[in-house]
Design a protein around this ligand. Structure first.
Ligand SMILES: Cc1cc2nc3c(=O)[nH]c(=O)nc-3n(C[C@H](O)[C@H](O)[C@H](O)COP(=O)(O)OP(=O)(O)OC[C@H]3O[C@@H](n4cnc5c(N)ncnc54)[C@H](O)[C@@H]3O)c2cc1C
Length: 322
């Protein structure tokens, strides 16, 4: 049978968008599908149409440039279109999609899955209280709606996203009650030599730390939020020191911090549901975030005409995704 497209790409983030532009340059009839209203994925998420003017941030500038390039490419972009089903079809693919106009199907000879990552949140008692949101999820609030999670927020978990989220809350006029980092200062010091390979990111990190220092934001290094309390919403969080395995130190004193919201996050996990649905073999690779599709250096998976790329093929960040 004939296919509507040579190539279908699921996910219009940095990875899927770059794949679509490359495919179009080779003259392939290419369709790019994303459930979001605009291309950009997580890191370059576009602001909502209700926001008429937003201050320029590095993510906004990169995202606008990316969307401009994509608009100029010979790619059919189906936004607000969620791929809910994938099946092999005569040596090609049939995708079941839900779009604003209803459900439909799209056929293509080749399929690229660039579905990105999802956030890992290690639960603590009280994590389902209103006012607790994912750390990475908070970035969606900032970028799309310019909204802060609350009036007085604890930012807790691990990795650089902690300091980015805390700084963005301050920039948007919120207050950060505390940053609670599972990593120690020594962890960061050990990572410094490797980080010098990216002076731009190092500069951003320094800017975040200076913003927090200027605001007088307390940082609890090598601590964890172990409990969040409140009646109808977040009222307090209990914070304790942890050891190198992030287990609470026995007998250590607890600190109670008042807050109305908590951003909690412990890294990212590749979104492999679509690859699994398409029948790709998966392998457990902790250094890439967990289960990832088995793929060669071109992203070719164990299934013919199926490729995976970006964070969905292993957490490597935006630079590698593109
Ligand atoms: C919530 C969240 C926030 C993040 N914020 C940042 C940040 O602020 N800064 C940073 O450096 N990194 C951030 N990251 C990491 C970031 O995702 C990556 O480094 C980078 O965006 C990866 O690009 P990608 O193209 O692989 O995936 P993504 O950018 O995640 O793009 C994947 C796209 O696939 C779409 N998609 C997935 N499944 C389907 C489906 N079934 N049907 C249709 N569309 C689908 C999604 O809507 C998304 O647009 C964040 C990650 C998450 C999960």
């Amino acid at each position: 049978m004939g296919f509507e497209f040579d190539l279908a790409i699921v996910g219009a983030g940095p990875a899927g968008g770059a794949a679509a532009q490359a495919a179009a340059r080779y003259g392939l009839r290419t369709v790019l599908l994303d459930e979001q209203p605009k291309a950009g994925g997580q890191v370059w998420r576009a602001s909502s149409a209700a926001i008429l003017a937003a201050p320029s941030t590095p993510e906004k500038r990169e995202g606008d440039r990316f969307r401009g390039e994509l608009a100029g490419a010979n790619v059919q972009f189906l936004s607000r279109t969620r791929v809910w089903h994938i099946e092999r079809n005569d040596a090609g693919w049939r995708l079941g999609v839900v779009a604003p106009s209803g459900s439909a199907s799209v056929t293509a000879r080749g399929l690229v899955i660039a579905s990105g990552a999802q956030e890992r949140v290690i639960p603590v008692p009280g994590w389902t209280l209103p006012g607790v949101i994912g750390l990475a999820g908070a970035t969606a609030l900032f970028k799309q709606e310019m909204i802060v999670p609350g009036r007085n927020t604890i930012v807790a978990g691990c990795g650089p996203l902690l300091f980015y989220v805390a700084t963005e809350i301050l920039r948007l006029g919120g207050r950060v009650a505390a940053v609670v980092s599972l990593n120690s200062r020594a962890n960061w010091a050990r990572a410094l030599p490797a980080m010098t390979a990216r002076p731009d990111l190092l500069m951003r990190g320094a800017h975040w730390m200076m913003s927090l220092a200027r605001a007088g934001t307390p940082i609890y290094w090598q601590h964890a939020v172990v409990k969040i309390t409140g009646t109808d919403t977040v009222e307090q969080a209990i914070v304790v020191p942890v050891d190198d395995d992030w287990a609470p130190r026995s007998g250590a004193a607890e600190t109670v911090i008042d807050a109305d919201s908590v951003c909690l996050g412990h890294g990212l996990v590749p979104s492999v549901d679509a690859c699994r649905l398409a029948g790709a073999d998966l392998a457990y690779r902790p250094e890439l975030g967990g289960w990832v599709p088995v793929a060669d250096t071109n992203g070719q998976t164990s299934v013919p005409n199926l490729w995976a790329c970006g964070d969905g093929a292993g957490i490597r960040g935006v630079g590698a995704a593109r």
